[in-house]
Write a protein that binds this ligand. Sequence first.
Ligand code: GLC
Length: 746
Amino acid sequence: MRPRHIAVTVALVAALSGFAPTPHPRGAGAAGAGRADRLVDSLLARMTPAEKLGQLNLISVDSDRASPAQLDSVRKGLVGGFLNLYGADATRAAQLVAVNESRLRIPLLFGFDVIHGYRTIFPIPLAEASSFDSAAVEATARGAAREASAAGVNWTFAPMVDIARDPRWGRIAEGSGEDPYLGSLLAAARVRGFQGNDLGAPDAVMATAKHFAAYGAAEGGRDYNTVDVSERTLREIYLPPFHAAVSAGVFSVMSAFDDLDGVPATANHWLLTDVLRKEWGFGGFVVSDWTSIEELEKHGIAGTRAQAGRLALEAGVDMDMVSDIYVHDLPALVERHAIPMSEVDAAVRRVLRAKVALGLFTDPYRGASAGRERATILSPEMRALARHIADESVVLLRNDSGVLPLARSAHTIAVIGPLAADGEDALGPWHTLGRGEDVVTPLAGIRERAGAGTEVLYARGCGIADADTSGFAEALAAARRADVSVLVLGEAQDMSGEAASRSSLDLPGAQERLLEEVTAAGKPVVLVVMSGRPLAIAWAAEHVPAVVQAWFLGVEAGHALADVLFGDVAPSGKLPVTIPRTVGQVPIYYDHMNTGRPGSPTDHYTSKYLDLPLGPLYPFGYGLSYTQFAYGTPRLARSVIGPRDTLAVDVDVTNTGARAGTEVAQLYVHDSVATVTRPVRQLVAFARVLIPAGGTQRVRFRVPATHLGFYDRRMRLVVEPGIYRLFAGGSSAGGAETTFEVRGGR
Ligand code: GLC
């Protein structure tokens, strides 16, 4: 990658992602930074080379306590932190050794994958993204931090901010979907939620923006696979959420497993130092992902472990997770000056500054205690938080002939499917300490809500992934007895997440057949899809009158589903990812280029598939309510603006239905003619608005012209003059349209 014009890039990249780069991660104001630096300098001056490399060593604990050997390494000053050690007592025991029995008494970091909850498991991040509700997303991160910090965890390896355009990739479940604007807003929201306003507060945890970078662009959607994207795609699609996290003050970044344009991210100096530190001003530290340093040998760019360690440290990786290379293989290189001590000092300084910001030198235990754990975990407030965002995360994809909300006349409801009564799967991947018994299952939620006068039947029908159809008869009998059937189908929680790519997007096992046979029984059917990725549910979209995308909704899954299915809550979720008709369409995403021959059903020689209709099954941003909304033509304060102006747009949204509803009003732009090809649509703003039946809400959008910026042919970030089309609507397709002009400047 070539160096960039830093002045231009920083100024405009900051504006593009809507945040100014911060020299220090938040929580280290001028005076604080002075004191912190003095403390860090004094420690550095006393540390031996072995103790310095020890601070860069992050060890995984594979039981409920650190082992005697691990604690002995702590005593020798050879451990900077543990991961997977949690619980107030267990972390306190390890911390006591560090601050009482090591020579320099430097406290430990305790890192853990608190991705969407610690014990109160919230909807998976992809589900939360469907809410398009930054405040709600920030609140669940705050809640997760409260639980985790009560248990002694002071560092979470979240938010995962990887943009994903390929649903075969299992980790699409952990992020915020395909759009860089939505992904940037939610990345910043989660960093604020985890770190709070003061990282030194006892209920704050240090956040980690991961996996840097472009991990979601793995070829074939196959986890850990090669990533080969242009610098323009990297900077416009995959980097913005990381920049937003840095601008929000994230204290750590995790380097990715993938090789990016031939250079593994974990050894990529351009990425980890030139972009992250020099262009963006990131002041925190970089941690490797699991054995990604050791894996540089497998990538074939290091011949020995020591060489792998040297490449990573020199590229900008400060902390070595699990490889044990920094602490065991680098001392010899430092000894013979093959690695300058200044490089080691720079890394140690960044790790120590994070420990100062966390307040660990003031209170290494941060008030964690078994009592605080008990009072915080799974509290009613936490469950309320989980239910609220789960309510907003459900996406209604189809509702023909008013099957939903479930009519009060439905005296018998059949709940069918392998995910209907399963707690563990509702938690989704990366559910940390979540337990199946904590979950209100879909069946339990429907039973609780249906009330005494309604009989709720249950039949599992089939397994999740096996071909056994022996349960069909019981399911069909229930469906025939019922007034309406609710089929809860989809994936097991371990069919998405890490190392869980799928070559198919179909409902696994015999579930599609079960759906077809129950539908053929002739009674109304509601399909609830629980999955960690969009599934190609083309048959259901055509034959099942009501279809709901529920993702994995966490501990309050059943309550939230019942809230929506019975109409106590009008669905407001919108798709953060495109749903393809079939896996053959992948990659498919809304902000694609027009090409020279955009697909046409009538013109043969255009970009399409012979065996598929044009376009996805459901587009990004799509989601129905129990009412309908109409959009007036967007009105502009000024239809001509300069490149540093802000576009002011008013859109009247009318609820034309018979009941109140919340709409996520979205604003998209298309740069009609530019010096490089531009996406047919780009999301630039959205707003959740609650509108009463028959009411009209004026939605005011403010779009800085810098949000129209892109990298030109010379890779300069520019806002080009010209005519732009503007669309306002309830999804990335259709909408009310107008145009505006950017005049002057670049
Ligand atoms: C895993 C994941 C990463 C996680 C880390 C620690 O391999 O890639 O997201 O934070 O290891 O568990």
